[in-house]
Design a protein around this ligand. Sequence first.
Ligand SMILES: Nc1ncnc2c1ncn2[C@@H]1O[C@H](COP(=O)(O)OP(=O)(O)O)[C@@H](O)[C@H]1O
Ligand SMILES: [Mg+2]
Length: 220
Amino acid sequence: MAFNGTALADVSLPNKVGGMMESGVHERSLIDFDLHVGEHANHDTSHRVKVKVENVSFWYGEKQALENVALDIFDHEVTAFIGPSGCGKTTLLKCPNWTHEIIPDARMSGRILLDGRDICAADIDPPALRRRFGWVAQKPNPFPRSVYKNVAYGPWLHGLIAKRSEADELVQSCLALAGLWDEVKDRLDDPGTELSGGQQQRLCVARAISTNPEINQSGN
Ligand SMILES: Nc1ncnc2c1ncn2[C@@H]1O[C@H](COP(=O)(O)OP(=O)(O)O)[C@@H](O)[C@H]1O
Ligand SMILES: [Mg+2]
């Protein structure tokens, strides 16, 4: 797939004891959030910082899930958070797009800058902020609508498509980018939930990229 943005992935390491995700406390081998995929072993210094995480701690009620995490996520790179189950990878993935706002009793401290702007600034509009992110959950969660509508709904809602022909084109290109077009081109009116598990996962990728987000996030 053509990659032209920022991607964040959350990868569990099986058979390890879970522990909180902290900066500079655990050993590097336990939590290594600098895996960069591509030609360069390390990030390209011409890439700018897209998301800057500064001393972020996070609590679900009384339970602390992140402690003083700090890292830079670069534009045009794939960054993976790798660590044992329960150490806070998905929590860290949720923080930049304010997903925590909809979890009762969740609280974050520290700062996250997106393109240099504090995501908690008073004038930030959470829905507008979230639109800049594409989220693919670990467990496929297609809308209970047709394959076609799963992909076309977001762009239609955001006014990115006005005509049926534009929607047709966008649906085809997103499904093709997600590697699903050939398998579903004759099933566009079938419910997305009737596809196989792997096809549903790719449908969710097609849906996530349909609104052209700047940052793609995926769990496992
Ligand atoms: N909605 C929630 N309410 C309470 N605790 C949660 C919630 N989501 C996650 N946790 C807890 O926070 C910790 C980190 O979870 P998570 O970020 O999902 O870890 P990972 O993705 O690394 O497996 C775990 O102990 C988990 O049980
Ligand atoms: Mg997770």
